[in-house]
Design a protein around this ligand. Structure first.
Ligand SMILES: [Zn+2]
Length: 69
C-alpha cells in the first residue's frame, strides 16, 4: 500500500503511464548503456485520489538490490 507523501491518503496503485500520442511505454534502467530489455522493468504509477499527487514506482526493487555488475 502506498500513502501519498503530500496528504497521507491511500493512493490508487497499479495505474499505468504512457507517452501521449505514442504507443511507447516508459522503461527504467539502472545502467544507461543497457536499455534493451528494460533492466528494471516498466514503472507502475500510483495516484492520490485526494490531491492528485502522482507517484511513479517500481514494483520489483530486488532488481536494484541484487545487481550483478
Ligand atoms: Zn494526496
Amino acid at each position: 500500500m502506498r500513502i501519498c507523501i503530500r496528504c497521507n491518503t491511500k493512493m490508487v496503485e497499479n495505474c499505468g503511464i504512457k507517452v501521449k500520442g505514442a504507443r511507447y511505454g516508459v522503461v527504467l534502467t539502472d545502467d544507461e548503456d543497457k536499455w534493451f530489455g528494460g533492466r528494471l522493468g516498466e514503472p507502475k504509477v500510483a495516484i492520490c485520489p485526494s490531491c492528485g499527487e502522482v507517484s511513479i514506482y517500481l514494483e520489483d526493487v530486488n532488481k536494484l538490490k541484487n545487481q550483478e555488475r
